[in-house]
Design a protein around this ligand. Structure first.
Ligand code: BGC
Length: 479
């Protein structure tokens, strides 16, 4: 039963839930979002199995995509490259000058993608990429940065699961992160992008298609050779690592030397999709899944990535509104709008340094026209922590699965990580590290995540450089 009391801050006499009511509810959510070390270890085991299945056969839940990025960069890669990065939120075009020895220069422009663009015809989306690239090249030819009459090699970072038969090919398996552009799934996105480049007479030639995680793996290793794994924790989430070809049974028939190494784009956001056997899904997670444009898919990502964390908290708040616990007598229509509570708000809630939690007052009054009491604000902050901590601990499970599969624990390794959640959410990295220790004990300290190099820009350019060098040297030229 919810009880209400008048609070001293509450000028208009609106009924607010008591501190005790909030504490009771909090206990319930603590139980729901908590993950014990034992539970985490069970998830790691199931995760490992899924990774193995993905390497063994095509069409598995976790796709484990061979990327045709052969081994680590030498650090001596040089030259001028273009990079186009179609991520979850923005389109970015870059000019990268690789100078060798881990050094580079980058010039870039960013364009925000509208919600409509994410849903319009796929070819139109690639045309937009080509048009932005054309404008970028034109302006830098004017400034003298890009030589005229030269066709520059281009790395295309397309951060959605694509199955590849060679490095400049990728058939989109499924859109993620809320994208839904028709006529793209099942098509080769490199071909679509090349068509758009030709239509707009853009002087650029696509050399390699990469995912942000593969780019991050390569760029991070370029500057920190201890890097073995790369992760993205942003609008979406994913990981990449370097695998021995002999351990990728599904490409055995290609005749690639089994001792060669190849980067694997795990697409781990798909872990536990459809079957939902291993992950701790609450009813809020189920609502997010069922109301998404891709029900059943990206089960792991939906518990972790920045696109969804704010929504999880919003759904909890809405339930408590419906139950008459929160905001009685106030107009709550604004917070009832799906996805109106951005994950960036959670991050502000957790980082609010004031005793009165003034930032949280601001968020609720400014964006949702709602008054809050201190007890409620403390409750929201505690909830934000529960949701974000679960995300970080699940992320630790994914990292632990790769570490344990590859036997990196004893020797230790560095994990390059990037994305808004990792970079901006307070304590996200600390919570991953804490999770790794809960899974592995003391030895978990051997696995250290760090803020990675820009994978989709620099990484993509390095991959393009590596590919050019490889093909010029006639090494697996058809891949
Ligand atoms: C995509 C991955 C990508 C990740 C992070 C996921 O939704 O499927 O390809 O690496 O988001 O951007």
């Amino acid at each position: 039963m919810a009880t209400f009391t008048k609070h001293s801050e509450d000028d208009e006499g609106l009924p607010h839930a008591t501190k005790k009511t909030m504490a009771d509810h909090l206990r319930k959510f603590e139980a729901l979002f908590n993950m014990t070390p034992q539970r985490m270890r069970m998830i790691v085991e199931a995760f490992k199995e899924s990774l193995e299945q993905g390497l063994a056969k095509n069409g598995q839940i976790v796709p484990m995509i061979p990327t045709y990025v052969f081994g680590w960069p030498s650090g001596k890669e040089t030259g001028m490259y273009l990079a186009v990065d179609l991520g979850g939120t923005n389109l970015r075009v870059c000019l990268v000058k690789l100078e060798g020895g881990g050094k580079f220069e980058i010039t870039q422009a960013k364009y925000r993608l509208s919600e409509e663009q994410k849903q319009e015809d796929g070819q139109r989306l690639f045309d937009f990429c080509a048009e932005c690239l054309k404008a970028f090249i034109d302006s830098h030819q004017e400034s003298g940065l890009i030589p005229k009459d030269e066709v520059l090699p281009l790395g295309f970072t397309f951060s959605y699961p694509c199955s590849q038969e060679r490095i400049d090919h990728g058939v989109l398996i499924r859109w993620t992160k809320g994208f839904g552009a028709p006529n793209t799934e099942g098509h080769d996105v490199v071909e679509m992008f090349r068509k758009a480049l030709a239509k707009n007479s853009v002087p650029a030639s696509v050399v390699a298609l990469t995912c942000d995680t593969t780019g991050t793996l390569i760029a991070s290793h370029y500057v920190n050779p201890k890097t073995r794994i790369a992760c993205i924790f942003g609008t979406g989430c994913n990981a990449a690592y370097m695998e021995r070809v002999r351990d990728i049974p599904k490409i055995a028939e290609l005749g690639i030397d089994p001792d060669t190494e190849m980067a694997i784009n795990c697409e781990w956001g798909a872990f536990d999709s459809f079957e939902h056997e291993n992950l701790p899904r609450t009813k809020y997670d189920q609502i997010i899944d069922e109301t998404s444009n891709k029900p059943g898919e990206q089960a792991f990502e939906k518990l972790i990535s920045g696109r969804y964390l704010g929504e999880i908290l919003r759904l909890i708040i809405c339930e408590l509104i419906d139950e008459g616990v929160l905001f009685l007598g106030q107009n709550t229509y604004k917070i009832e709008i799906p996805y109106s509570l951005d994950t960036a708000f959670l991050s502000l809630m957790e980082s609010d340094p004031t005793d009165e939690l003034l930032m949280i007052i601001g968020i609720f009054s400014h964006f949702f026209a709602l008054e809050t009491t201190l007890a409620e604000r403390q409750f929201f902050r505690a909830l934000a922590k529960l949701v974000a901590r679960r995300a970080a601990r699940l992320s630790a499970c994914g990292i632990a699965a790769i570490v344990s599969k590859m036997g990196y624990l004893e020797e230790g390794c560095a994990v390059g990580a990037d994305g808004s959640l990792y970079n901006k959410y307070p304590k996200f990295a600390d919570r991953i590290h804490e999770g790794l220790q809960d899974i592995f004990g003391e030895k978990g300290k051997n696995i250290v995540t760090y803020h990675a190099e820009d994978g989709s820009g620099i990484g993509s350019a390095i991959v393009a450089a590596m590919t050019k060098e490889r093909k010029d040297a006639n090494i697996y030229p058809n891949y």
